[in-house]
Design a protein around this ligand. Sequence first.
Ligand code: BJW
Ligand code: ZN
Length: 244
Amino acid sequence: MAAAALSQLREKIARSQRVVALTGAGISAESGVPTFRGQDGLWRQYRAVDLATPQAFQRDPRLVWEFYQWRRRLLQPLKPNPAHLALAALEEAVPEFTLITQNIDGLHALAGSRRVLELHGNIWHLRCTGCGVVREDRRLDLPALPTCADCGAWLRPHVVWFGEMLDPEILAAAVAAVENCQVLLVIGTSGLVQPAASLGRRAKQRGAFVAELNLEPTPQSDLYDLALHGRAGVLVPQLLEPER
Ligand code: BJW
Ligand code: ZN
C-alpha cells in the first residue's frame, strides 16, 4: 500500500510543471532541531505566551532573548539532513518548484534550496524595533539585550510570533504558489498554526494533488489525497528514486 502510494506520488511529480513543498519542524527533527508540539517539543517545556509573543518581549525582553540565544547556540552546529537535501535536488528536477517553510532554522538554504519562502522568518536575522532594519547576524555572543547600530533601539529576532502578521509579500507569494501548483507536498507539520495550516486546503480547492509526509496522521490528513507515514529523512529521498 505504502509502495503504491509512493509510486503514485512519484508519477504525479514527474508529470507536473509546478510543484510546491510546505515544510514544518518535523523535517528538521532528524537534524537535531526540537519540534514544537511533540513529546520533547519546545512548547511542552516552555509556555509560548511567555516567550513567543510581542507581549512577552515587551514584558521581559531579556528573558525572550535568553530563549532565542539558547536556540541559536543549539542550532549553530546542526546540518541539513537527507530530507532537506532531497528537496534541494527536487528543485533542480522540477520545472517550477517552490519551497514554503515555517521553519526559522535556515537549514533549507544550507542544503542548497534556492527558492525558499520563510513564512515565520529566520532566527539568524535580527530586526530593529525602532527603524525596522533587518540584518543577518550569526554571532553567538550577542549582548543580553542587543541594540541597533543605526538608531540604538532594541533588536529582536526576525521571526513571527503568535498574534503577529506574516510578511504580506511572502504570504501572498506562498498563497499564489499553492493555488497554482499541480502537486503540494506537506512535510513534517502538525497543521495547527494559521495561516500556514490553511495552505493545503487552498491547494486542494484549486485542484492540486496534495500529499502529506509525516511521522503520524495529523488533523489535516483526511483533507488530502495521500498520506505517507514515516521519517522525512527516509520518505523525502524516496521521491527521487527511479521506479523499479
Ligand atoms: C515528523 C518528524 C520526522 C516529527 N519526520 N515528521 C484561533 C485561536 C487562537 C489563535 C488563533 C486562532 N486562529 C489563528 C490564530 C492565531 C495563531 C494560531 O494559529 N494559533 C493556533 C495555535 C491556534 N497564528 C498566529 O498568531 C499567526 N499570525 C496570524 O494569524 O496573524 C493574523 C492575526 C493577528 C492578530 C490576531 C489574530 C490573527 C502567527 C503564527 C506564528 C507562529 N510562530 C511560531 C514560532 C516561530 C518563532 C520561533 O520558532 O520561536 O512558528 S509557533 C511554531 O509553530 C513555529 C512553527 O513554525 C509553527 C508550526 O509548527 P510545526 O512546524 O507544525 O511544528 P509541530 O511541532 O507542531 O509539528 C511537527 C510535526 O512534525 C508533527 O506533526 C510530527 O508528527 C512531525 N514530525 N518528526 C516527519 N522525523
Ligand atoms: Zn534601528
